[in-house]
Write a protein that binds this ligand. Sequence first.
Ligand SMILES: Nc1ncnc2c1ncn2[C@@H]1O[C@H](COP(=O)(O)OP(=O)(O)O)[C@@H](O)[C@H]1O
Ligand SMILES: [Mg+2]
Length: 273
Amino acid sequence: MNPASPAQSATVSSAPAGVPAVRLVGVTKAFGSGRSAVHALRGVDMVVPGGQLLMLVGPSGCGKTTLISIISGVLNADGGVAEVFGVDWSTLNGGRKTVRRGELIGFVFQQFNLIHTLTALENVSVPLLVRGVDRHEANDRAAQALKDVGLGERMNVPPSSLSGGMQQRVAIARALVGQPRLLVCDEPTANLDGQTGQMVMELIHTAARSNDPTGQPRVVIVVTHDSRIFHYADRIEEMEDGRLKSRPSQVILDEAKHIPHYDKPSPDSGEES
Ligand SMILES: Nc1ncnc2c1ncn2[C@@H]1O[C@H](COP(=O)(O)OP(=O)(O)O)[C@@H](O)[C@H]1O
Ligand SMILES: [Mg+2]
């Protein structure tokens, strides 16, 4: 859709203000081919403005992880357009994609995905080291990120000596240490008890209410089917069999009842001072 040249040279700071964080038009994705093909996405349209905490809900297998993998540039769409901060992923080659992903996006996974041979501090410093930040600065920033999630006293231990909730907090620190403009979380509370899940969601919610270093409002997309956290959403989209429903089902809206003005979402609806 877009000519390749402007996108190729785009950097985080050059993304124009007012461009949606995410814009998907007719996104399709299948795994395999012929009769055995699994049509994971069957045409998804979605616009996510800055400053929003969007929850993507739906049953197992409906395509949630595939969708956020395409938003994150980890998977290529087969058809349609997937733009993040105004840049179409399909216009970037592999190296540029990796750089852009590192600059813009932080991930939190259901299974935490920490490296167990490293300490918490080392885990959190990895994304900075990969981006060429020197070790001293990376350690300082990782230490601060761990303090921000309440783990200042547990930095030098391996993940295996931490509880599940603490491990997920390390993972959140790792996702936020590079100050991404987009935070993507795939079932972040699914392996946690209710109280711990609330604490983790509080941290994710706080991230959604802060700006990135260029002053742009952060965007958070949380895939979940944990109804205990629906009320943190500014907006909920429900997926079913590879598509977004035009409106979430009433049972989901009831579970998320204090989403303000759900019928009138606006770019500013999720922002607080
Ligand atoms: N790498 C893959 N190879 C084959 N099929 C896949 C692959 N990834 C996902 N799928 C299939 O695509 C569909 C959507 O999967 P997924 O996006 O993981 O759903 P969800 O995250 O909602 O559980 C499922 O039928 C799943 O089995
Ligand atoms: Mg999934």
